[in-house]
Design a protein around this ligand. Structure first.
Ligand code: LLP
Length: 420
């Protein structure tokens, strides 16, 4: 993002031009940044260390144009639903490079995954393991499985995005693993590869990853005892934090180097494949939201309410997690912030607040606002609440813009209503 005196450029394209061409609100992705983030995965992880694998967590943001960036780079895709799998299939993403994560996968989803030839199913619990065993017998197919486990690590992040605590809806409890292994050994279609553990999201410390690996140690031994072979793969999930406002984004190597070292410490010479599943750190800081300022309500003794033409329907993160963002006024981005605003959306909820308090230069109705770092879990968590249409997505690179997902029309929004 480049701040000019009367404009902001993303990927060499004026945001004012983007608004003219594609409307507001709008999601904009800087393709150069997406490529840099993917290159970091390559340089700091895949090329640097043997027996490594990176699966992009599709839940952070998924569309066809993004798959086009992932596929040629050898990145795998981590999907969590029939819907994400459908998109991958529509893009002919190689099945062997897809892993299917998530709890409570349905029979339909598992059948779909097995028929498509999904490489790895990350089994989330005992019920699912039994269902998968049944389905693989029925379809007479084989599939590789990892067990997701929750070793009881309390990562330092928002309560709603911690995932490896003992009291978690995800994964096998440690005590269930022996039975699960015995069941798998007896299942003709299931090939056990190893474990999966995602401890949480938006993390800035490597210690909880290492702590989780340490806690998994007894399971590695258990596998040798029960199956007679060591594990082939260990997936430590994603969670690498990014900068939204003042956070200091750590380079991927900050996480990867100690995790790889820990792998050697635990396994010695014969290490299993180490897989990671970054989502946010690939797309988060490459994405921007564009909004148009509307009404301004001035209150004595409080920041003024500056309402924009989107809100919690296109970015629920502030309402859901108290997530913080910054905004820039694209009409005068270099001017000093002299007025304090609470930036709110236009939905009928008091909690529809995007930024609690920020100083901006005096802002008028019609001004264009740019909010950086909205590339992860913005578009992918968007909703039609209040009949709000989901904004389009534009990719910009080298001074060129291309729309990659169109703005949702009202006809599309209500198209499934059979009584209209
Ligand atoms: N792997 C698994 C199994 C996951 O559950 C997740 C995220 C990831 C990988 C990717 O994590 P990342 O690298 O993106 O942190 N909606 C929340 C985040 C929820 C994350 C859910 N799982 C947010 O907006 O902060």
């Amino acid at each position: 993002m480049k701040l000019l005196s009367k404009d902001i450029e993303i990927g060499g394209v004026s945001v004012q031009k983007l608004r003219e061409e594609y409307g507001s609100p709008l999601y904009v992705y800087d393709v150069a940044r997406l490529k840099e983030n993917l290159q970091e995965v390559q340089d700091s992880f895949l090329s640097k260390y043997p027996k490594t694998k990176a699966a992009y967590a599709a839940k952070a943001f998924l569309c066809g144009a993004l798959v086009d960036l992932l596929a040629p780079r050898g990145i795998h895709l981590d999907v969590v639903s029939g819907g994400e799998l459908h998109l991958a299939m529509a893009k002919k993403f190689p099945g062997e490079r897809i892993e299917f994560n998530g709890n409570n996968k349905s029979t339909e989803e598992l059948v779909f995954a097995l028929r498509y030839g999904v490489g790895t199913i990350i089994v989330d619990g005992m019920d699912e393991l039994m269902l998968l065993d049944l389905i693989s017998r029925e379809l007479n197919t084989e599939v590789e499985v990892l067990f997701r486990v929750t070793p009881g690590v309390d990562a330092h992040t928002h309560e709603k995005i911690k995932t490896a605590k003992l009291n978690s809806k995800f994964g096998f409890a440690m005590g269930e693993v022996a039975r699960a292994l015995e069941l798998t050994v007896a299942a003709p279609g299931l090939h056990f590869k190893g474990f999966h553990c995602h401890i949480g999201s938006q993390l800035f410390e490597v210690a909880p990853y290492l702590e989780a690996m340490e806690k998994l140690r007894p399971l590695f031994k258990l596998v040798e005892e029960i199956t007679g072979a060591p594990i082939e793969e260990l997936n430590m999930g994603g969670g690498f934090g990014i900068r939204y406002t003042t956070e200091e984004r750590k380079p991927l190597s900050y996480f990867v180097d100690p995790i790889v070292e820990k792998r050697s410490e635990i396994f010695g010479e014969e290490v299993p494949v180490l897989a990671l599943e970054p989502g946010r750190s690939i797309v988060g800081d490459a994405g921007y939201s564009l909004y148009t300022a509307g009404t301004i309500k001035r209150l004595e003794g409080y920041p003024s309410y500056l309402a924009v033409d989107g809100g919690m329907s296109d970015n629920i993160r502030p309402s859901l997690y108290g997530a913080e963002y910054l905004a820039y006024n694209a009409q005068r981005p270099l001017d000093e912030g002299t007025e304090e605003y609470t930036i709110v959306g236009k939905l009928c909820e008091s909690g529809d607040r995007l930024i609690e308090s920020q100083k901006l230069p005096p802002t008028e109705s019609g001004d264009l606002l740019v909010m950086p770092s909205t590339g992860a879990y913005g578009y992918s968590m968007a909703s039609n609440y209040n009949g709000m249409a989901i904004p389009g997505v534009v990719f910009v690179e080298d001074g060129e813009a291309r729309e990659v997902v169109g703005r949702q029309s009202y006809e599309e929004m209500y198209g499934r209503d059979l009584y209209l």
